[in-house]
Design a binder for this molecule. Structure first.
Ligand SMILES: Cc1ncc(COP(=O)(O)O)c(C=O)c1O
Length: 486
C-alpha cells in the first residue's frame, strides 16, 4: 500500500480514540484496542504512537500499563520500537479487515502516462513552496483574532484589496474591493452565476465554438443552453451575437486555439452588451502569461458595468489552491453572494490570508515572472523541435499561455492520438473542445500543454511528440528524430 506523505509527519499529539473494554485487565484491554485500531486501518503503518506518559494520561491508566502493552505488541510484530524514533505501527501491519470487494477509502492510483503534454496544469514541480509557506506563516502570525471568526461571504477584505491593486496593475481591471467576490476558481464562479435556485444570469449563453467541455457540461447541468460563436483569425465572431443574454469569452488567449480577441471585437462586444442589456463573462484564465508583447489587458477595463471578469490562480500558481475571484458590476454582487449561501461555498480563510500576503509581499509577481521565463523557454523549445523535425506542422497560439495548438492535415488527428497513446504520451486532440452544435468547420489538431511536465521530463516528452506527428503528405516517412534537448 502506498504510504501517504501525511503519515510521515510526527503526529505525536494525535488522539487515538481507543475504547478500552471494561472486562479483563487494563493491560489486556489496551493491547486489544491497539490491535483493533491497526487491523481496521485507523492506525496506518508507520504511524508513530504517543509516548507512554501522554497515552497513559489520556486513558487514565498507569504509565507502565502502556509500556507493557507496547512491548507486547512489538513482540507480536504489530509495532516496532527503535531508539530515537519511538514506537510505530509496523510496516507490514496492513489492515486485515478490508472485506473482499468492499470499496476502498481511496482508489489505488493508476500509473500515469510516461509523458504528459495535456493542457490544463502548470508545472506542479515549480509550486513556490518556500514563498507560500512564508506567506502562510506571516499571515497566521499577524492576522487579528477576528479573522478566525465566522468570516465574510465575499471573501477576506485583505485579499479583495490586494486583488484590486494587482488586477489594475497587471490586467487593467477597474474595480473596488466591494465588487470582488472570492470563489474557488473559474468553474465555481460560473456555477455561482448560472447555477443555483435564483440564477444571477440566465441563458441562452453564447460561447466560443472551441472551449473547455467541462464548462459546457457544467452549464448544461445547470439547464443553460449554449449557442456557439464561430472563431476566425480575429477571435470570436461577436457580430453573430443575437438574442443571447450573455456571452462567455476568453479574450486574452482564446481557449484552446490561441490568439487574443481583436481590438475591434473587444469594443464591439462591449457595445453589444450596452445596447442589448447583455453581459460579457470574461474568463481571464492565463492573462499573465504573454511572451512576445505586452499582456493584452482585460476587456473588463473597457466597461466595468458590462463585464464580469473571473480569474483564478489555477494557471499562475496551481489548480490545487482552489482560489479565484469574480469582479462584478455592482448590480450582481448581492445575487452572487446569495448564490454562495451560508458557509458551504466559502473559501478557506487561511488560504485567502496566504494569497493576500503572497500578492502584497511581491511573491506573486516574482513567481509569475519566473514562470513566464520558464514557459517562454519551453514554448521556444517546442517551436524549435517542430521546425527541426516536423516543419510541415503549423503551430499556433504560441504568443501566450501554457499550451499551443498543432494544426494537423485533415483526418489525421485520431491516428496521431492513437500513436501518442502507444508512445505513452498523454495529449489532447482539438476535436474534444469543439462545441457539439457549431456550424464552424472542424479542424484537426493537437493541444500541447508545454507547462505540464517537470523541467527534466520535458525534452523526452517533446521527442515523443515529434514521433507521433503525421508525416508530410507526400513523403510517407515518419517524422525523424534525433535528440531534442536544450
Ligand atoms: C479555459 C479555462 N478557464 C478557466 C480555467 C481555470 O479553471 P479553475 O479556476 O476552475 O481551476 C482553466 C484551467 O485552468 C481553463 O483552461
Amino acid at each position: 500500500m502506498a504510504k501517504s506523505w501525511v503519515n510521515s509527519a510526527e503526529r505525536i499529539g494525535a488522539d487515538l480514540h481507543l475504547q478500552l473494554a471494561e472486562a479483563g485487565g487494563r493491560r489486556a484491554a489496551l493491547i486489544g484496542a491497539l490491535r483493533e485500531a491497526v487491523r481496521d486501518g485507523r492506525l496506518a503503518p508507520g504511524t508513530r504512537l504517543p509516548p507512554y506518559r501522554s497515552l497513559a494520561a489520556d486513558l487514565g491508566v498507569a504509565r507502565n500499563t502502556v509500556a507493557d502493552a507496547y512491548a507486547e505488541l512489538v513482540a507480536e510484530g504489530w509495532l516496532t520500537a527503535r531508539q530515537g524514533s519511538g514506537t510505530r505501527v509496523a510496516d507490514r501491519a496492513e489492515p486485515l479487515r478490508q472485506a473482499e470487494g468492499a470499496p476502498r477509502t481511496s482508489p489505488p492510483r493508476a500509473r500515469g502516462p510516461r509523458h504528459d503534454l495535456r493542457q490544463g496544469t502548470p508545472d506542479a514541480s515549480s509550486f513556490p513552496r518556500t514563498a507560500w509557506l512564508a506567506s502562510y506563516r506571516r499571515a497566521l502570525q499577524q492576522a487579528p483574532n477576528e479573522v478566525f471568526g465566522p468570516g465574510d461571504p465575499a471573501g477576506l477584505i485583505e485579499l479583495r484589496e490586494a486583488l484590486t491593486e494587482y488586477l489594475a496593475r497587471a490586467r487593467g481591471v477597474r474595480t473596488e474591493p466591494d465588487r470582488i467576490v472570492i470563489c474557488s476558481g473559474f468553474a465555481h464562479g460560473l456555477r455561482l452565476l448560472f447555477g443555483g435556485r435564483d440564477r444571477v444570469l440566465a441563458g441562452p449563453l453564447a460561447v466560443e465554438a472551441y472551449g473547455l467541455p467541462f464548462h459546457r457540461e457544467l452549464l448544461a447541468t445547470a439547464g443553460v443552453r449554449t449557442v456557439s460563436l464561430p472563431l476566425d483569425e480575429q477571435g470570436a465572431r461577436v457580430d453573430r451575437l443575437a438574442r443571447e443574454r450573455a456571452v462567455l469569452l476568453t479574450p486574452a488567449h482564446q481557449f484552446p486555439t490561441g490568439g487574443p480577441l481583436h481590438a475591434e471585437r473587444r469594443a464591439a462586444v462591449v457595445d453589444w452588451a450596452r445596447a442589448r442589456g447583455g453581459v460579457v463573462v470574461e474568463d481571464d484564465y492565463d492573462g499573465e502569461f504573454r511572451y512576445d508583447r505586452r499582456p493584452v489587458g482585460a476587456v473588463q477595463g473597457l466597461d466595468p458595468e458590462q463585464v464580469i471578469l473571473i480569474g483564478s490562480v489555477s494557471k499562475s500558481l496551481s489548480p490545487a489552491v482552489r482560489l479565484g475571484w469574480m469582479v462584478l458590476p455592482g448590480r450582481y454582487v448581492d445575487g452572487v453572494l446569495a448564490a454562495k449561501g451560508e458557509r458551504e461555498a466559502w473559501a478557506s480563510v487561511l488560504d485567502q490570508l496566504s494569497l493576500a500576503d503572497f500578492i502584497v509581499s511581491g511573491s506573486y509577481d516574482r513567481h509569475v515572472r519566473r514562470m513566464r521565463q520558464r514557459y517562454r523557454s519551453r514554448r521556444d523549445r517546442l517551436v524549435a523541435a517542430l521546425a527541426a523535425h516536423a516543419p510541415h506542422i503549423e503551430v499556433t497560439g504560441v504568443a501566450a499561455g501554457l499550451h499551443a495548438v498543432l494544426r494537423l492535415p485533415p483526418g489525421t488527428e485520431r491516428s496521431a492520438l492513437k500513436a501518442a497513446a502507444w508512445q505513452g504520451l498523454a495529449l489532447d486532440g482539438l476535436a474534444e473542445f469543439r462545441h457539439p452544435a457549431t456550424d464552424m468547420a472542424a479542424r484537426d489538431g493537437l493541444v500541447v500543454g508545454y507547462a505540464t511536465p517537470s523541467e527534466h521530463a520535458y525534452g523526452a516528452a517533446l521527442e515523443a511528440l515529434c514521433r507521433v506527428l503525421p508525416p508530410k503528405a507526400d513523403s510517407g516517412l515518419p517524422v525523424s528524430i534525433s535528440t531534442i534537448n536544450r
